[in-house]
Design a protein around this ligand. Structure first.
Ligand code: 13P
Length: 250
């Protein structure tokens, strides 16, 4: 049985004080929840203060990106050892906004996943097509390209540590959620790719989150799909009430 994982991607939002306030509320209301893994991913500058609140609790901490070198002349970058030093257990890699605005490619995603695994962080690897690609009937091709190339070269044991997040770009921040059937179709496809790349055991043990306008109202039906093992939540993760609503509804 795969355990549901609900992660909040706070994107470029919240000062340190606001982040601390939000996570304090999430932590107190999520107290006692053991059947769902809960993760918050604040901006880099808030990680360390948020960690002081969640350390030792059932709320995990994640970053939104990383660089694959540990240290050196790489101005502006943050590495795996530094993220661990700030308290992170997870890291989002290859989010569509990074692919779209910051030149992230399958190759850079692959290097980042490699670094995260080597350093002991759990990567949440994002894949998904945009509207133009979906309308041109290319969704499966794009997802296949993202999955095969971003996750190239890992052992079965490494793969089992990776979480995949399917985020159709057309559903991010638009209020347009993929229907549960549309999402399940791609999740099932991703699992079949993982099986082809490795084997049944790897494919069945890996968790695949859905992301794109997840809210308390649609969480239950989405999470009820056979191959959907959680959610990567943007907008609705910025308020304790809606983030907790999603957790309670699955
Ligand atoms: P929204 O939930 O705001 O659509 O964002 C989804 C997302 O990009 C999470 O990473």
């Amino acid at each position: 049985m795969r355990k549901i994982i609900i992660a909040g991607n706070w994107k470029l939002n919240k000062t340190i004080a606001e982040a601390v306030e939000l996570v304090s509320e999430i932590k107190s209301q999520a107290d006692g929840v053991t059947n769902v893994d809960i993760v918050v991913c604040p901006v880099f500058t808030a990680l360390s203060e948020v960690n002081k609140i969640v350390a030792g609790s059932n709320v995990g901490l994640g970053a939104q990106d990383l660089y694959w070198e540990d240290s050196g002349a790489f101005t502006g970058e943050v590495s795996v050892p530094l993220l661990k030093d700030a308290g992170c257990q997870y890291v989002i890699i290859g989010h569509s906004e990074r692919r779209q605005y910051f030149g992230e490619t399958n190759e850079t995603v692959n290097s980042k996943v490699k670094a995260a695994l080597a350093g002991g962080l759990i990567p949440i690897v994002c894949v998904g097509e945009n509207l133009e690609q979906r309308e041109a009937d290319k969704a499966f091709d794009v997802v296949k390209d993202h999955v095969e190339n971003s996750l190239k070269g890992f052992s079965a044991d490494e793969m089992k540590k990776i979480i995949v997040a399917y985020e159709p770009v057309w559903a991010i921040g638009t209020g347009k959620t993929a229907s549960p059937a549309q999402a399940q179709e791609i999740h099932n496809f991703i699992r079949s790719l993982l099986k082809e790349m490795h084997n049944d055991e790897v494919a069945e043990s890996m968790r695949i989150q859905y992301g794109g306008s997840v809210k308390p109202e649609n969480a239950k039906e989405l999470m009820g799909q056979k191959d959907i093992d959680g959610a990567l939540v943007g907008g609705a993760a910025l308020k304790a009430e809606s983030f907790l609503g999603i957790i309670k509804n699955c």
